[in-house]
Design a binder for this molecule. Sequence first.
Ligand code: PMM
Length: 274
Amino acid sequence: MSPLLMGVVNVTPDSFSDGGRFLATDAAIAHGRALVAQGADLLDIGGESTRPGATRPVVAEELARVIPVIEALAGDGVTVSVDTMRAEVAAAAVAAGAAIVNDVSGGLADPRILAVTADSEARYVCMHWRAHATEMQAAPHLEYAGGVVAGVLEELGARLDAARAAGLDDDRLIVDPGLGFSKTAEQNWELLRGLDRIGSLGLPVLVGASRKGFLGALLAAPDGTPRPVGERESAHTALVAVLAARTSPPIWALRVHDVGAARDAVLAVGRMER
Ligand code: PMM
């Protein structure tokens, strides 16, 4: 089974071309539709940037960004995921048609999100996370006493227990190691090599490597300047192919920005193995 492709639709100010709300909404909807045309199986719609150093929008602003986009794309019949750490946004998103709550904080940022999701029919992505974007790359958040894979497994396990206690059964849970969230570049590579152990949790695994800083560091210029975000796709596509070829356990879904490139890679891997 090939991994599903989750196309990223960021409705954040840095993705607004002109700052206008109506045009930003329209542009995000059009982008989501383009990703579906390129082969996205589901769309992840987010109104809060989680890039290192990013500050948070207020709740009303996050709602205004994501809800109209979710309504339109879910209305098209697309499987929509909402990328949020907030219970209010998760509740409104599910009411607007979202089928998945993608909480990068695993319920740590706003614990009420677990019960809100449990009360809906949505599935819940439980990602490994330690701190908000302004502080997540600070030194104490990069320490994993027994190694990053063991640390992520233990902390994710605790968050999954909290999700289950809130009423989310295993058939609604998805896990994600959280590449780039409180991890050094090397720790991201260790996690990718340790995906078997993440799979041993027995739940579908989602992985998001697209455009992340560890790829920029890998591809850095001789003077150490990281490769710009828009020029990391070839390396990412190679990872998509390797992850698509995994069987024990298979990867449930990949969260990607360039759906066309990922779809081509997944098709080639699937064709070769057939
Ligand atoms: N990465 C980002 C945002 N949301 N959600 C999940 N489940 N997994 C991720 O790895 C993840 C995420 C940050 O990436 P972006 O700022 O490029 O969207």
